[in-house]
Design a protein around this ligand. Structure first.
Ligand SMILES: O=C(O)C1=C[C@@H](OP(=O)(O)O)[C@@H](O)[C@H](O)C1
Ligand SMILES: C=C(OP(=O)(O)O)C(=O)O
Length: 413
């Protein structure tokens, strides 16, 4: 049995930073994720005038219920969509003139429905270049609140940002959602808002957020479920047993349901109160699976799909086309480089069984493409196996991925 110590959840860390910054008092985050996305978020807060103190296992944030201390700030959000969507929303609730920009990759990703909603709430917000994309300028003067209608069919992060904004408005928010992807991420948001003293409620597609503000707390960040998927997939693929402590039935993250997909394919899966174990059985069945709720694990499944005993068809994942890259196209391109037969449509991919041949993977600067195809490499015969044009892009969520994965791989020998 191999026990893997998985770093903290990116999604939980990003939310905790927002909520801590907005809270009354000092919040302590225990085992937050230290990676490019979350360090970028913390540095964005610092640029806005918040006090964030980082030590290796603990981050402390001095909350400012009134909003950023800085009257003006120029914030770079790097590649992180949580940073690029949550931070401008936090700043909009305060007072000052703020500019936000992001990497070329993140500039390409949309945020129009979110900035449209902020404008509908009266925020003076201007896109400097392409409408609906970074960079943007906000002249913040506080937000009264009210009713909103939101299309979150492209990204749940628009809804998460607005939900977290609700307690900071004068009168609260009522948000009616017309469409929603990645729904389990919204449940993370609601649970964490409650942990910081807010009282959001949900009735189907209508979310009501009273203007309570937030209370500082001590918050322990659970391990990242999406990151765990690479090790669970590796176990299923190689017949080994992997246990991730700290991630069990009480976990907030929907991506733990990737373990259930592996169970359907033939792996033994045991989700206990405080840990999850996946054991490969030598059997990997083909299947059709809807991944709308857990699409960050689509590349993980695509990367092990050639080893299944029948086609693997992944459906309802159109939003993976607006992630770090177009992930449906990137998975298809790389599987073809490995000699595997693949078909794709607007929101689906179908992968046929085959034996991958060595190839260089085109990463498109996407951490998940690297970590997923590293798993394929465990069973790709012949030198030099699987290589990557940009292995370092794992820094976005798991800077030590290659060391940890190599130790796991070599442990089997
Ligand atoms: O709210 C979050 O923390 C996230 C929501 C999901 O995005 P979408 O809602 O854009 O699918 C997920 O893919 C992303 O990695 C993190
Ligand atoms: C899509 C992702 O990240 P984000 O949207 O937070 O940049 C991801 O981590 O797979």
């Amino acid at each position: 049995m191999t026990v893997i110590d998985i770093p903290g959840s990116k999604s939980v860390t990003a939310r905790a930073l927002f909520l801590a910054a907005a809270a009354d008092g000092t919040t302590t985050l225990v085992r937050p994720l230290a990676s490019d996305d979350t360090e970028g978020f913390a540095e964005g807060l610092t640029a806005l005038g918040y006090e964030v103190e980082r030590t290796p296992h603990t981050w402390r944030v001095q909350g400012r219920p009134a909003g950023p201390a800085a009257a003006t700030a120029d914030v770079h959000c790097r590649d992180g969509a949580t940073t690029a969507r949550f931070l401008p929303t936090l700043a909009a609730a305060g007072h000052g003139d703020f500019r936000f920009d992001a990497s070329a990759q993140m500039r390409r990703r949309p945020l129009g429905p979110l900035t449209g909603a902020l404008r509908a709430l009266g925020v003076d917000l201007r896109h400097e270049e392409a409408e609906g994309h970074h960079p943007l300028r906000i002249a913040a003067a506080g937000i009264k609140g009210g009713d909103l209608t939101l299309d979150a069919g492209q990204s749940s992060q628009y809804l998460t940002a607005l939900l977290m904004l609700g307690p900071l408005t004068a009168e609260g928010l009522r948000i009616t959602v017309t469409d929603l992807v990645s729904e389990p991420y919204v449940e993370i948001t609601l649970a964490m808002m409650r942990a910081f003293g807010a009282g959001p409620t949900r009735d189907g597609r209508v979310f009501t957020v009273p203007p309570t503000g937030y209370r500082a707390t001590t918050y322990a960040v659970e391990p990242d479920a999406s990151t765990s998927s690479y090790f669970f997939a590796a176990a299923a693929l190689t017949g080994r047993e992997v246990t991730v402590p700290g991630l069990g039935t009480g976990a907030l993250q929907g991506d733990l349901a990737f373990a259930d997909v592996l169970r359907r394919m033939g792996a033994d899966v045991d989700i206990a109160a405080d840990r999850t174990t996946v054991r490969g059985t030598g059997r990997l069945r083909g299947l059709t699976v809807n991944m709308r709720d857990i699409s960050d694990t689509m590349p993980t499944l695509a990367a092990i799909a050639p080893f299944a005993d029948g086609p693997v068809r992944i459906e309802d994942v159109a939003n993976t086309r607006v992630k770090e890259c177009d992930r449906l196209d990137a998975c298809a391109e790389n599987l073809r480089r490995l000699g595997i037969t693949v078909h794709t449509g607007p929101d689906w991919i179908e992968i046929h069984p085959g034996t991958p041949r060595p190839a260089e993977i085109a990463t498109h600067g996407d951490h998940r493409i690297v970590m997923s195809f590293a798993v394929t490499g465990l069973r790709t015969p012949g030198a030099p196996g699987i290589t990557f044009d940009d292995p370092g892009c794992v820094r976005k969520t798991f800077p030590a991925f290659h060391e940890v994965f190599a130790a796991f791989r070599d442990d089997a020998r």
